[in-house]
Design a binder for this molecule. Structure first.
Ligand code: NI
Length: 252
């Protein structure tokens, strides 16, 4: 059974068939889902969805794209939402210097505020880092009491080693199945057994052979297969160790 540690079922891509997709997941071998949020509105929806399904959990927080929308009031509402028992992390938070949808200064401020919140609530964080490795690492290191995961990992092997030393996790998406994934294989091979998870980031990032289509957690198998191949491990062992790692990380 698989644990999708990062999905976006609140996304409008699922508006027409959300309930049937989610309720069909156990049949596809998916035993757990963690829905990551991107805005205050998305955090509300994530918590609502988590209340509907036993196997569904949530993270609440504001994505770097939406960093400009984080105010004292919205942060207060995120703190309140985080008290729900199905909320197991703050995320996704971080920096995106590829799209720069919010000014970088705002992104850093929103990241810091939400790291503080995670520390206060003793919750792990889910970090989105795109083309912002140096600043992301610098902020993470100022919060030694907060642990987290770099999702859809795109950093170097050196950075992965540093994260492992800091007690952090890494998670891999369908991008490990792409032909142009250059750094991923060495990071996948290096990672200690107890420090990596898998995720679809659906509806985005569908793995090969479904690249470009709407993604869902039923496709986790293709990510696990590629990781098993790279590590010379069995598919069953990758499925079970990534599920165990996710359960430990999110306290499930
Ligand atoms: Ni995401």
């Amino acid at each position: 059974m698989y644990f999708d540690t990062h999905a976006h079922y609140d996304d409008e891509a699922f508006d027409s068939d959300r309930d049937s997709v989610i309720s069909g997941l156990p049949e596809k071998g998916v035993s757990l889902v963690l829905n990551a949020s991107s805005s205050l509105e998305s955090s509300r929806k994530s918590v609502e969805l988590a209340g509907k399904y036993d196997f569904f959990y949530a993270a609440v927080g504001v994505h770097p794209h939406e960093a400009s929308s984080l105010t004292r009031d919205s942060l207060g509402e995120i703190r309140a939402l985080a008290s729900n028992t199905k909320v197991r992390a703050i995320g996704e938070i971080g920096l995106d210097y590829y799209y720069d949808f919010s000014p970088r200064e705002k992104q850093r401020e929103a990241f810091v505020r939400q790291m503080e919140l995670a520390g206060e609530l003793k919750l792990p964080v889910i970090v989105h880092d795109r083309d912002a490795h140096e600043d992301s690492m610098a902020i993470v290191k100022t919060f030694p009491g907060v642990k987290g995961v770099f999702h859809c990992y795109s950093g170097s092997l050196e950075m992965a080693k540093e994260l492992v030393k800091l007690g952090w996790y890494i998670s891999f998406t369908g991008s490990v199945t792409f032909k142009n994934a250059r750094k991923a294989p060495e990071v996948v091979t290096f990672m200690p057994e107890d420090r990596f998870m898998i995720e679809t980031d659906c509806p985005y990032l569908a793995p090969v052979p479904f690249r470009g289509r709407r993604n869902d957690s039923g496709n986790l198998r293709f990510i696990a297969e590629r990781i098993a191949e790279l590590r010379g491990a069995s598919l069953e062992s990758i499925a079970s160790l990534t599920t165990e790692n996710g359960k430990r990380f999110f306290g499930i």
